[in-house]
Design a protein around this ligand. Sequence first.
Ligand code: SAM
Length: 181
Amino acid sequence: MATPMYFTHGRLISEYGLAKVYLFNNQLHLEIGPGHSLWAYEGEEEQYVQQIIDPFGHCLEIGLGLGTSSQYILSFDEVKSLTTVEIHPDVIEVYKDVNLIEDTRHSIVNMSGIEYMVQSGRYFHYIFMDFYDIIDEDTILELRRIAQVAKQVLHEGGKIQAWLDPFTPREFAEEFYKILG
Ligand SMILES: C[S@@+](CC[C@H](N)C(=O)[O-])C[C@H]1O[C@@H](n2cnc3c(N)ncnc32)[C@H](O)[C@@H]1O
């Protein structure tokens, strides 16, 4: 379930369908409706810096959000291409609206991550998964299912990583490490 958040003091920067981007405390925040649910904020960059380790080659990312992790992955010279798969078309529209950085290595596809991996016929050197906002029982089940498919489209010597919410209860964090280990 998405975390509720109300931007009573935020400034609406972009809105498209169910997706809204607010500037709040000098950071962009992404809500995906119809309720006020926070899905991403720029402050998470610090976590991506700690958790995304040496991406390289042809990379796949599942979940665009505000594109903070996309930009971080693209900051590595070893990254030849990054395909980001995003399920909500509205999120892609607001991203295009607020993002000022263009990188010819980056392409964004509107699809579910699992569907893309099964249908594209492509293989990747690095896969980063961040398609959830909390890690609970349901997320663990979904992560396990998606990680199995991701392992099948990974080049030999490739690497799969996923965002770990620092507030994840220990039982779920242990499951997370088992899946990703
Ligand atoms: C937590 S946000 C990603 C945050 C992103 N890493 C960033 O830097 O802002 C999760 C994103 O995954 C998308 N999403 C959810 N389920 C998905 C799926 N099955 N396939 C692709 N994208 C999905 C959501 O719409 C949302 O945009």
